[in-house]
Design a protein around this ligand. Structure first.
Ligand code: SAM
Length: 343
C-alpha cells in the first residue's frame, strides 16, 4: 500500500484497479494522510482560506432524490433573501475579515440573469478586494457569460457523480449528467475558477463510481473540488439510506490532494455533521478551505439539505470564531485574503 501512496504522490495517478483497492482498504490511513498533508504544505503551507457562505434561497425547481430542499418537500418553509439582506451579510462578513463570499442556493426561477448580475455588481462595487463565488446550479452558457461579465470570479457546481447509470439513481429524468458536464466545461471556457465535486457514500455509489469521479476531475482540471458525505434527509426518497462514512470521506480527500496538489479543497459542513471533529480531520487529510456561515439565523434553519446539519442557529461571528479555533487547534493558520488557487 505504501508504495502506491508514494506513486500517487509522485505521478498523481494510479491504475483504476489500484485506486479501487486504495479506496476500499480497511485499516489505518495515517500514511495516506501524512502524504496528503505534505503535498498540501508544499503548495499552501499551513494556510486555510475562509469563505463566507450565504445561503440566499432554498427555493428550487429541481427534485434531486437526495436533497432536503427538493421541490417535492412540502414541509420546508421556503425563503429568499432580498438583495439588501445579501449585502448586509457581506457587510457583516467583510468586517469580520472575509474576502470571499459564496452565494449558494436552489435553482430559484426568480434568479434571472438580471437579478444575479445586479447582486454581484453591488457586492463587487462595494468590496472590490473580494471574490464572489456563485453556486446556483445549471444555466445556459450565455447566462454564465453574463454572470462572469458582471464580475463573478468563481462558480461551484458539483457534478455529483460522473457515470450516467449512477446519475440516474440520484436524479429525476429531467436532469442529465451530460448537461451538468456541459455546464462545467462552459464555466471553465468562460474563465471562471471552477469547482466540481460529489457526495461520498451516496446511494448506489461503489469504488468504481468514485474512480470515475476521479477520472472526470482529471479531465476537467477544476480549481476547487467540493466533497462531503451524503447524509439522508427525512423528507426525501433516500430517507432510509445509510450516510457516507467519515473514513471514506477522509480517504477521498487525501487521494484528491495527492492527485490535484494545487486544488482548493473544503472541509465541509457535512463532514462536520457526521463527526464533531470531522472538519479538523479533513484539514489533516489535505483540505485547505472552510466555509463559515453568514446566512441570517432565521433563514439558516430552512436551508436544510440533510438531517442534523450543524451550525443551524449560530450567529455568524461565533461561527467564524469556532472555525478559526478548529483550524488553529490542528496546526494550521487562517488567512484573511481572497484565497485564489495556486496552480
Ligand atoms: N443548486 C445548486 C447546485 O445544484 O449546485 C447549489 C445548491 S445544492 C443544494 C448544493 C450541494 O448540496 C449539492 O451539490 C449536493 O452535493 C449537496 N447536497 C444536497 N443534498 C445533500 C445531502 N443529502 N447530503 C449531502 N450533501 C447534499
Amino acid at each position: 500500500m505504501e508504495q502506491w501512496i508514494e506513486q500517487l504522490r509522485k505521478e498523481r495517478d494510479l491504475p483504476d484497479e489500484i485506486l479501487i483497492r486504495l479506496i476500499a482498504r480497511q485499516g489505518t490511513d495515517d500514511v495516506l494522510f501524512q502524504a496528503a498533508d505534505a503535498v498540501r504544505r508544499e503548495h499552501y503551507g499551513t494556510d486555510v482560506f475562509l469563505r463566507g457562505l450565504i445561503e440566499f434561497t432554498n427555493i428550487c425547481r429541481n427534485d434531486c432524490y437526495y436533497c432536503g430542499i427538493r421541490k417535492s418537500n412540502r414541509n420546508t418553509e421556503r425563503y429568499r433573501l432580498t438583495e439588501d439582506e445579501i449585502l448586509a451579510c457581506c457587510d457583516n462578513g467583510y468586517a469580520m475579515g472575509f474576502r470571499t463570499f459564496v452565494l449558494q442556493g436552489g435553482e430559484d426561477p426568480h434568479n434571472t440573469d438580471a437579478v444575479l448580475c445586479s447582486i454581484v455588481d453591488r457586492i463587487k462595487t462595494r468590496f472590490p478586494d473580494c471574490a464572489v463565488t456563485l453556486s446556483v446550479g445549471e444555466r445556459s452558457r450565455s447566462s454564465y457569460q453574463a454572470l462572469f461579465d458582471a464580475g463573478t470570479d468563481r462558480y461551484l457546481l458539483r457534478h455529483e457523480t460522473a457515470t450516467d447509470a449512477h446519475y440516474r439513481k440520484l436524479h429525476p429524468t429531467e436532469l442529465h449528467l451530460e448537461n451538468r458536464k456541459r455546464c462545467l466545461y462552459d464555466l471553465k471556457e468562460i474563465g471562471f475558477q471552477v469547482g466540481a465535486g460529489f457526495m461520498v457514500g451516496s446511494p448506489g455509489q461503489t469504488e468504481r463510481e468514485l474512480v470515475a469521479d476521479l477520472r472526470f476531475l482529471q479531465q476537467l482540471q477544476p480549481d476547487m473540488i467540493g466533497i462531503g458525505p451524503f447524509i439522508p434527509h427525512h423528507e426525501t426518497p433516500f430517507a432510509a439510506e445509510r450516510p457516507g462514512t467519515l473514513e471514506l470521506t477522509l480517504r477521498m480527500l487525501a487521494i484528491l490532494r495527492l492527485m490535484f496538489p494545487y486544488v482548493l479543497l473544503p472541509a465541509t459542513t457535512a463532514l462536520g455533521t457526521i463527526s464533531p471533529i470531522g472538519r479538523e480531520l479533513g484539514l489533516k487529510a489535505g483540505a485547505n478551505v472552510m466555509m463559515p456561515n453568514l446566512t441570517p439565523n432565521h433563514a439558516r434553519k430552512q436551508y436544510d439539505l440533510y438531517d442534523n446539519k450543524i451550525c443551524m442557529d449560530e450567529e455568524a461571528g461565533k461561527c467564524k470564531l469556532c472555525q478559526e479555533n478548529r483550524v488553529r487547534a490542528v496546526g494550521y493558520c487562517v488567512v484573511c485574503d481572497r484565497g485564489d488557487v495556486r496552480r
